[in-house]
Design a protein around this ligand. Sequence first.
Ligand code: MN
Length: 605
Amino acid sequence: MQYKFYNNLKNVINMIQVKRLDNKKQIFDVKTGQIYLAKKSRDSNQFYLNNKIKLQNIKGNPTSNVFPVKVLKISPPFSVDVEYIEGQYEIETETINLNEINKSHIGKKFTLEVTIDSIITTSGPTIFMLNDGTAILKATAFEKGKRAYPDLNDNDVIKATINVTEYDGSLECQLDAYKVLEDEASKNLLQKINQKLLDKAKPTQTNFLVNSDILEKLKPKIIEVATIIRQAIFENRPVVVRHHADCDGYCGGIALERAITPLILEQHNNEKAVYQYYRRAPSKAPFYEFIDVVKDLTFAIEDKAKFGQKEPLIILIDNGSTQEDVLAIRKMKLYDSKIVVIDHHFPGEVINGQVEVDKYVDAHVNPYLVGGDSSLVAGMLGVEVARFINNQTKDIEYLGAIAGVGDRSDGPEMQQYLEFAKKHGYEPEYLKKLAEVIDFEAFYLKFMESRGLVSDILGFDKNKQEKLVTLLYEVIEEKRANQLKIIQKYNKVIKLDKFQVVILEMEKLTSRGEYPAVGKSTGIGHDYFKQNSETVTLGFGPDFLTIRSSDHTGFNVNNLVKYLQKEMPYANIDGGGHERAGSVKFVEASKVEVREKTLEFIKEL
Ligand code: MN
């Protein structure tokens, strides 16, 4: 990095900076090598730094009664040896940490060492985001319709004199003067700032809500993800939460949102920042799709150009672990984004604790990485990560249970999350309804963020939530009952030795764009058929297949995908999911053959 030196520019600090030692200061507050202002006393020929500390020997010949001196030697209790410093000087203003600035400082001047995090040119003032590692403060400078201080660049390290102001209810400051620090000084300061940021980014709370071996094994990874998220917030990096658009994904996404947005508010001290620096977006596919990354990149590049924002941190939750996510992740990485993944989908073979996406993401939490499975759902992981991000996070304890009900978790953690939900007034029967209602809402929300609506239904406004559940659950039940009637009429059951296979031509049994869609409808059919026998249910769409299996058939969606890929390399087979629930994509022309091969695969079980 190149640092520039400034000499005779307007507003550049180039005079000798002199400290004034106030009368409260003792001899041990004085530092050798530091420049102070010395003064002759009124009633003697003695020179002093303050009313106690006396100059013993003075090197050089001062010509006035007030002059700068460099301290050479300290002789307690009251004397110092100094050297007279010739030249123009100015009294250094007080220094302060940016995180200590509050409304009582409005109108006051301070001098402090900072980096310039980013520069934003507006039609009015030029905005410099100053960062000293404790906080970031917006500084303005005005130069009649031009970019102020054109010689300052991103990442410059400067000594800045600021004047604290208030604008629109938020604290900011004017950048009155500056001096670019020299190489060595700037390097030291950058290091100090980075260290402060890292210290601050470390989670302050690292205990889990529930007892879980898998969570304990995941702890280092959870700390890593939480640290990266906290760091992004504290360095003013925009945060994007991408989650699967189902009940589990919503719970995970909202748990993170409830941890992240208060920290952003605190960091910027500005309500608007919660919209400028945070975005949540559901992904329709159960993975980070190419269409998603195109949207995220478009926003990121625009925000960078318009507002001088940094590359975003992308958090993928209930998405992100699988082979299907890799392309989008790699594309996002090409543009210097940071990406962390919190997921419980099968991530492929684990070799030395690593899977395919680990090559590309900055940190990755997935129970499979430590011998767990998908029963520790994304909503539960989201709740635990949220507590590490922000130990004051409110309204999340019950989300683990809602997510678990949505994804039908039967893991050892589920019972404990249900207990927490119960404490918050969520009985199992209500949770079931709520999970359905969330899925229903998710279906119609599609790619919209809809922060307020989603937050209400996930318990932010419990009263409204109860009303929504009452209103919508009746509609959902009716739609589901209708769908079941259709499925009961049009289905094909194949009895095998150990279990039965149910084939549903879902594309002909559902209405496009209406709830319930193929996946949900396959679930409705499966729940019905599995009552009397172990069942594998296949719901066919035009170019995809949704699968549900009961517990003891030995069926595994990921193995089926591998088998079909090998048998039909020309059919563009893709897909996966959980062992007993997932989907397979294929080209429409291969549908009949996919059906035959799938049945062959199942008969071999
Ligand atoms: Mn899930």
